[in-house]
Design a protein around this ligand. Structure first.
Ligand code: IMP
Length: 193
């Protein structure tokens, strides 16, 4: 069964592909189609809206994913505004907001929406990665806020890790692990699409 991952972010796609590569009869394919990312309070609402918008347009099994960085000292900011904040002030701007702040706890959250037209069902899978914001930008791997996020149990940032290492700790690694368990249980032989 082919599953489209609707994203223009190659970093996300490569991490997802690595995570699902061992599953028999599943081929993940990147699909770049714009869909509205509504401004709302939760990543779940963004993902659900995206699924409803795309389901009649794609007519194939697909996933999309919404993610964000939530910083405790900033009361959860940038959260659902992570993409805009990255585009505007970026990693450097976040480090400036936390200048001289010792409490640097933060977490990443990933919400995957999966739609299967055969069963007409939408499923949501979530993953959280807790850690800290680093004192400086470190590493050139990954994307987005990777160079300033140190997951719990590590001293390196995501930007200093390879994809399979990041996947062990990351929000996306965890949400895709849940999707993988779900897909393994599907009786894929029965799918026409
Ligand atoms: P979106 O899910 O593409 O809307 O991502 C929101 C923002 O968070 C973007 O600026 C991404 O670059 C950033 N982001 C999402 N996931 C990650 C990640 O795994 N590492 C670093 N930044 C991320």
């Amino acid at each position: 069964m082919k599953i489209y991952f609707v994203t223009s972010n190659n970093g996300k796609y490569n991490e997802a592909k690595e995570k699902l590569k061992g599953i028999k009869n599943i081929q993940l394919e990147q699909k770049i189609i714009n869909y509205p990312e509504i401004q709302t309070d939760t990543l779940e609402e963004v993902a659900e809206y995206g699924i409803k918008y795309l389901k009649d347009k794609l007519k194939k099994p697909f996933i999309l994913e919404d993610a964000g960085l939530f910083i405790e000292h900033l009361k959860g900011f940038p959260g659902v505004y992570s993409a805009y904040v990255f585009k505007t002030i970026g990693c450097k701007g976040i480090l400036n907001l936390l200048h001289d702040i010792e409490k640097r706890d933060a977490y990443f959250k990933s919400v995957i929406g999966f739609y299967n037209p055969e069963a007409k069902e939408m499923k949501i899978f979530k993953g959280i990665s807790r850690g800290k914001i680093s004192l400086e930008i470190r590493g050139t791997n990954g994307f987005g806020y990777d160079p300033i996020f140190i997951p719990e149990g590590e001293s390196r940032t995501f930007g200093e890790m390879k994809i399979n290492e990041k996947n062990k700790y990351s929000h996306r690694g965890k949400s895709f692990e849940k999707l993988a368990s779900f897909l393994k249980k599907l009786k894929i032989e029965n799918f026409k699409v």
